[in-house]
Design a protein around this ligand. Structure first.
Ligand code: UDP
Ligand code: MG
Length: 310
């Protein structure tokens, strides 16, 4: 029986500063665990630096390294999907960042958990390295997400982890375009185990995901896993309608028992109009978030385009 094959999927965007170290640490890992057939699937997500060239050169000299080159920058989630779809006959796929914040030295522990029977292994962070606004954003997202959805994700997990063959096939078969990996990994189910690790600082270079992009993933995560924003709108509408009804009854009764209502109430009127206008606009905005996503899904554009067909 051939040794089990493990593919390591790594999205890369402008990472020329870290790639040499990534290659050497992966090679060391491969050498330390010769019982497996290793493959590193590096997805170049339209890098504007020398990343693709570095990976190509590496792939030419070492067949365990593979380059999947996207035609432009499609974003981390799409690059990850592109890599996962190209794991071929691998028995398991490890998903990790290129910047070595997810240390390759943790991979043997992920593999061990898989060999002990887990279908999905999540690497959970004992410590986080983000600070300031990014950190506050992550915390806010996780607390909101936990409250809003039926498929909560561990607050201390990210992309880093392992999927066995069945989980990988389930993930690859998902048809949607707006993907939020940790949420979908929770949604597909399977037996899940956790392995904890210390999240490192970036080995070199700058973070490649802008705050805006992270905010967009957060919105994708929330809107694709929760109807609560829509439901809240309904509740809000019902509440305001009930208030309006009560006000109508109140004024009608005053008329009937003969208390004349003076033509004051300008302030009330303006307040009500502004308040209702605001609520309606927010409502349209929330509907728009869902509608935009539905539009993207029905367009059926691919999530990414691979430049180098192999
Ligand atoms: N990345 C990518 N496409 C992008 C942005 C980032 O493939 O458009 C990759 C990047 O090279 C890295 C991983 O996604 O391997 C995580 O990015 P980064 O370290 O910038 O994000 P953070 O650590 O803040 O989540
Ligand atoms: Mg990073």
């Amino acid at each position: 029986m051939p040794a089990p094959k493990i593919a390591i999927v790594i999205p890369v965007f402008n990472e020329e500063a870290v790639l040499p170290e990534l290659f050497s640490r992966l090679t060391a890992l491969f050498a330390a665990a010769p019982d497996y057939r290793w493959e590193a699937v590096l997805v170049d997500d339209g890098s504007r630096d020398g990343s693709a060239g570095l990976i190509r050169a590496r792939a030419a000299s070492d067949s365990r390294f593979q380059l999947v080159e996207l035609s432009r920058n499609f974003g981390f989630q799409s690059a990850l999907s592109a890599g996962l779809a190209r794991t071929g006959d691998a028995d398991a796929a490890v998903t990790m960042d290129a910047d070595l914040q997810d240390p390759p030295e943790v991979i043997p522990a992920l593999v061990a958990a898989w060999r002990e029977g887990a279908d999905i292994v999540r690497a959970t962070r004992r410590t986080r390295s983000e600070t300031g606004l990014r950190r506050a954003g992550f915390d806010l997202f996780h607390s909101l997400y936990g409250k809003l959805t039926d498929y909560p994700i561990e607050p201390n997990t990210g992309t880093f982890g392992l999927l066995n063959r069945s989980a990988l096939e389930a993930f690859n078969a998902l048809p949607e375009r707006h993907r939020f990996f940790p949420g979908l990994r929770a949604w597909i189910g399977f037996r899940t185990a956790d392995v904890s690790y210390d999240r490192k600082q970036r080995a070199a270079g700058q973070p490649q995901q802008s705050f805006r992009r992270l905010a967009r993933y957060a919105m994708d995560g929330l809107f694709s896993f929760s109807y609560l924003p829509l439901r809240l709108l309904t509740y809000c509408g019902l509440f305001i309608a009930a208030l309006g009804f009560a006000a109508a009854v109140f004024y009608a009764l005053r008329r009937i028992i003969g208390i004349e209502t003076a033509p004051t109430g300008y302030t009330t009127l303006v307040t009500l109009v502004l308040f209702l206008g605001g609520v309606q606009l927010v409502g349209i905005g929330v509907l728009g978030e869902y509608l935009g996503r539905i539009y993207d899904e029905v367009k059926h554009r691919p999530q990414y385009i691979v430049k180098n067909k192999k």
